[in-house]
Structures are given as structure tokens and as C-alpha cells.
Design a protein around this ligand. Sequence first.
Ligand code: SER
Length: 871
Amino acid sequence: MDSKSIRKKFLTFFESKSHKIVPSAPIVVQNDPTLMFTNAGMNQFKDYFLGNKVAESKRVSDTQKCLRVSGKHNDLEEVGIDTYHHTMFEMLGNWSFGDYFKQEAIDWAWELLTKEFKLPEDRFYATIFEGDSSENLDQDTEAKKIWMQYLPEDRVLNGNKKDNFWEMGDTGPCGPCSELHIDLRPQSEVDKVPGKDLVNQDHPQVVEVWNLVFIQYNRLSNGSLENLPEKHVDTGMGFERLAMAIQGKQSNYDSDVFQPLIQWVAKKAGVDYGKDEKTDIAIRVISDHIRAIAFTIADGQLPSNNKAGYVIRRILRRAVRYGYTFLNFKGPFLYQLLDILVDQFEGVFPELTSQKDFIAKVIREEELSFLRTLDNGLKKLDTITSGKAKVIEGSTAFELYDTYGFPLDLTALIARENGMEVDESGFQKEMEVQKNRSKSAGKQTTGDWMMVHEGDETVFVGYAETQATTKALRYREVKQKDKTQYQIVLESTPFYAESGGQVGDTGYLQFGEEKVEVIDTKKENDLIVHFVKKLPSSLESDVRAVVNESKRRLTENNHSATHLLHAALRQVLGDHVQQKGSLVNDKILRFDFSHFAKMTDEEIAEVERIVNQKIRENIALDEKKNVPIDEAQRMGAMALFGEKYGDFVRVITFDSDYSVELCGGTHVLRTGNIGLFKIVSEGSSAAGVRRIEAVTSVAAEKYYQQKLELISELEEMLKHPKDLKKTIENLVKENLANQKKIDEMNSQQAGQIKNQLKNEAKEVNGKKLILYKGEFPSADAMKQVAFDLKREVDNLVLLIAANIDGKPMLTVMLADELVKNGMNANEIIRKMASAIKGGGGGQPFYATAGGKDISGLDEALKLGKEMVEAS
Ligand code: SER
């Protein structure tokens, strides 16, 4: 069975058990400070487990794109070295939200694996939670009993808290789990060592395939467990491992999920996969990593220097480096794998297909830039390894790592090839120092939430209101360095929390007579958090929450204008334009979008024209709340990636034939409010991504006013000419003509100086020494004289100490024969420059210097002369 059929069969099996098949959530997580990437199928259902939201369907099933490269579940260092860990993988899952529990979950898992996929029953082991006294948790005898309907008792094994109590992160839904492991070894080996001794022992062929989690607790930030209102099922099966088992392979990479990638990489490198462990690891790393890279970029996360973007950058660099070092790939190659990926996921994950060119371009640019860094680092290493030292210092290895992105093992490898060693403990020390530095710089301690009134959710009333009376639910303290701030959560709030590019509102909260200023507002799952500098003396009373309205209105202008801009860009540039990021505040709007070329002046003018026309049309805002995702799609809404199953979305329309977008932000009631729109810059923000900055309403007016003022000032300066443009053109022309005349005069003067100097040459130790101190018309003229004299005077030593428009400048020119005999213009100029408080350099035959002290010209010449006489 090929992997596409395996995935399909899984889903149709659960469909036949009344599960609704839902799409994967994005791999990049938004609005959850505890998680950067989706690390399990259950992430998108967290709120159903916690009882914060009610699920539309109580049984669902899907294949979820997961990434385990940070936080609690991090497999990165294993990937490629072994044959069964991955960065990105698909997790097949079925869920019950307060519906069925252990019996059905286990029955169906067994039925699917042994009856449908026909995997051998006698090769399975089930593990169950053995209990944990410190948490006051009992053994899961219920699961054990159910498993014993299918398996003999000696194949139902106890597992500890680490393996059999599943938690998403430090906090959140959790519960005991029961894992199914399969033994894929040949019979001869099974006869020697029973599979049960190898369960959970990191054996590549005795692996966990399916984890059935019985979610019934919530882990709180203080470490304790709280019972959830209902019991749920969360299962996760590794798709790649399942394919390996069904296809009778020994490694995930031997299944058809990876083989097309593996074979392509092997062919390109001119090696056979399976012959040499070193090249095999590199091929596996690349085949694995390209999937993580492509899927995260498709979901909107570009490689960058911080947070999620940095994780992607590191994965990409790991792949490039393995290719560089072990497969001799010296140019970009990863991006070429995209064709294969798109082919494999056609019809399953459409986001890859629709953004293929964009993703490839981003990857290629990243590869190129990292390869350049690698190159620079290699050059630096070259100068070290060609010297006499036997050891590369820890500080040097660290600099290579920190500045050039050179991992320690690469430095060590190159060192070994040159018969050197790396001071690894010195490297680790430097690493420690840096870690401590950044820790103490960014250290922030967030206290626990202190409850004021009951409630786990904030109602946002800010679409309609900018003021509201409500009460405080909770607050906490946040300490950073010597600064203490506080966060307050209200039951309902008009304050917009930063999201979708729109900044958080500011304003104040009034508790009785006391006002506290709100400096920012941010989201944390279903809470809206107000950042304040101080707390009121009591939080018990009613609160009047008041948003800074003028700031909010200006921000709204910019947000609605962003939608108009997005639509105009698609009209003018084409449908490939997709939003890649945005920032909207009261001063400016910034919009990043996929497009490969610099926009022409005409395109920019056309986009501005369309947006301003839409403003003048004074189109009314059409806001639809709680639209099911598929309906929004039918309405033609842009930007559908990034939404989750079950989400009801808000659709913002300005003319249904012009702009329809999913958006949670706040907007103008009519486009006329925006007043005026002006693009102030267009440039590149990342590979394949352009950035436009624009202003609206008062800021746009001000922009034009300033331009007009500039013109008035110019007119004034030029005494109000009839035709300003012509007058400036004439000035530029005259200026050019004058400059030409000056250059000619300078050149003549330089010729005279040269002739005079040529006659003044003196013999010193077989050299023709020429000294000059005095005025020079320009630096160019001085250079011309030096080069002319070099051509015309044999054995020349020329030292010039010039005054050019009041500034000291030095020149040393030497005949080639003298340089061959060991003289060096750089050494002489350095000495001379000390007399004019300056510095400079150049080549061994020609060097120049500038300085600050014109009174030192005589001394400079004297020092130079002494050096020449002594040589
Ligand atoms: N949440 C569990 C896991 O990730 C089962 O889906 O293993």
C-alpha cells in the first residue's frame, strides 16, 4: 500500500466511525505564548478539552502537520542520525471531545492496525500508565483490562510518568496514555531477544506507532493537576512510521514517503544511499529538513533572526551544512527539492502547491546567504590553519560559530583535516558566558495570576465601543531587571489586543477615583491582557476602561487602507500577491507581500490611484462575524491559511467585488474616513517579499504639505523663477561645465608640479628621492602626479606632504624594483601619518594618508626621509 492510500484509509476508517474529517491546523502557531509550532495533533483542540469552547462535532479525525524542534518536545539533534525521528511529521489522529473513551479508542486502534492494515498481531506491545504516587495517580487498570481482550498479559507493559503520562507543555490538558509499539525485526532476532525488552529502548525497529491519550486533567502553572469537566480522547499515530511498518521497511526513510527525496539527493551527490553511514546521515538530514522548511514557509513563517524564524533558519542551515560537508554541495540545492514535495502532497496540503515558486525562492536566497557566510568563515579558518599553531583557540571557534554560523563540529572537522585540534572546553566556556549575558539582559520573571473575580475569558466589545464598564478578573506582576510592571485581565474590554498586524490599544483604566495608564494590550489565548505600570490600591471595584480614541481612529484608517492596498496590488501586479506580514499603527502602515520584482514608478502610481479612488467612493464597511470557514472561502476571502478547524471567522468587505478579507482588526465605517493614501516607500524585505510603507489621512496630508513647502523654499532660494524645473536643470548643467573646467585647470597645474619635481630628484643610496611639501589642487591631481612620476623616473622614491584646501594629505610612491628589494610604502606612510595625527595605507608601492594636524607636514616629510635614508 503506498503512503497516499495509507493516509486515506486512516481517514475513511474513522469517517466510518462517525468522525468528521477536518483539515490540519497551520504548523506555525499564532497567539499562544507557550508554543511556537504545532507539536501534536491535539494543539488545535486545546480549548475543547479545557472546556473553554464547545466542539461542533464530538468526534473528529485528521492528519496534522507537526514540528518538534523546540520546547518540551524537541527531536532535532536525533534527526538524520537515527532512522525514525523527524523534524516535521504528520500525526494521524482521532479525537473524542467528551464522547467515547478508552474502550472505543483501544478497540478501533486494534481493528485498524490488525484488520484493515493487516499488521501482525503477535508483533504488538501495549504500554499503560503504572501510576505515580507523588502525583497521587493510580495505575491505569482500565486500559490494561481492555488491552487484555486482544493481547496476552505479558505484552501489556507498565510505563512510567515520562513515557505514559502525556503533557502538551508545562501547562495545559494532559492525562495517562497507552502506547502501541511494534516489533519490526526479522524473526531470527525476535527469537534471540524478546521484543518486550526493547520497548521504549530507542531500538530503531521496535518503535512506538500510536499513542492513545486519555485526557482528563489540566496542568496548572503551579504544577498541580486539576480535573477537567469531561473526559476526552486524543490519539496520535506517526504517519511515517506507520508507512514503514506497512511497507515492511526497516527505516522510515526507506518508505515511499522519503525515498523520492533520498534518491534525488543521492543522485545529485553522485553517491548510493545505504553504502556509507556518513553520506547516509547527510542525505537523511536533508530529506527530513526540507519538509520542515517548506511547510513552515508555506504557513507564513519566513526564516529570520528571532523566535520561530530563527528556528527555521537553524534547520535550513543544518541541512545546507550537512550537504556542504558530506555531499560536496557547494551551491544552493535544497530549493530544487520542492518539485518532489509538491508532487507528494498534491491534494493533501494545497498550501505547498499554491506557493511553490515563492517557497523555492525564499529557500534559495537563504541558502545563498548562508553559503556566503560559510565561505567567509572558511577563509578565516584558512588563515588560521596555514599558520604554525596546533590548536584553534576556544575564542576563535566561538567567533566562527557566533559571527559566521559555523557549528563547532564543522570547525573541528576542518581542524582535523589540517592536523589541528579545537579547544572545545574553551569554546563551551565562551558559550556559557554568552548565555549568561543574554539571560541577565532579557531576564523576565512573570508571577502567577492572582484571581480577583471568577472567569477564564475576556469578551471584546471594542468593535462597537471605545469605553466600557466592567470588572477585573485577574492580575499578575512582571519583573524585568529593575522594572516592575503589571498585567490586568478584564471580564470585557474595548481595548484591542495586538494581532493581525494591528498594534494593541492604549488608554486608561479607572478604578473608582484612581486612574492607571494602559501602555499596551496583548492576547494570550482567550484572554486580553492590559499592560499597566502600576496597580490601583484595590481591584475589587468596577472598572471604567477607556481607549485612547484618536489614536485608535488613526490606526483604523491605516488598517482599512491596508485592505484596499492589498486588493489594489493584486489588480496591478497579479494574483500571486499574498500578504506576508503587516504592521498597522496610528502613524503608518507597513505591508509585506510576495512579489519578485521591484515595483515600477508607474505600478506604484497606479496602486495609489486605485486606493484613492476607493476612498472617494466612500464604501461602507460590511462586517460579518461568526462566518464558518468554508462559507468565508466561498465569499472569496483572501488569506485563508492560518485558520483552524471549527473557527468562525470575521469577514471584512469593502465592496464585495473589490476587497474581502478575513480579519479580526478594527476598521473605518466608510472608506471616506481614510481621507487620503500615499505610498512613501517600496523596497525588499526578504527574498521574494516586497515591503510597502504608506500613510493616510492627516499623516498623508502632512507628507504632501512638506513636499510643497520644499518646493516653496526652492523657489524662494532661486528668486521665484518662472519655470522652476528649467532653472534647476540649467543650474545642474552649468555646474557640470564648471566642474569640467576646474578639472582641466587642476590637471594642468598637476602637470607643472610634476615637471618641477622631476627636476628636483636627488640621488640617495642609488634611489631617486623626490620630496614635496606644499599646496595641491586636489587629491586626484596628487595621485596623477605620483603615477606619472613613477612612469618617468627610474628607482623613484616620492614623498608628498600636501595641503589640499587646508587639509593635510600624504603620498608615498615607490619604484617596483625597490618594492622587490623589500621597501614598503605602507610602512613609510604609517610613520609619516603619525606626524599629522592621521592614518592611511594602500599597497606596497603606493600609499596615501589623511590627518588632522596640518602643522605636522614638515615633520611628516622629515620622518619619511629618515626612513628612506636608513633603508
Ligand atoms: N498528544 C499525543 C501525542 O502527541 C497523542 O496525539 O503523542
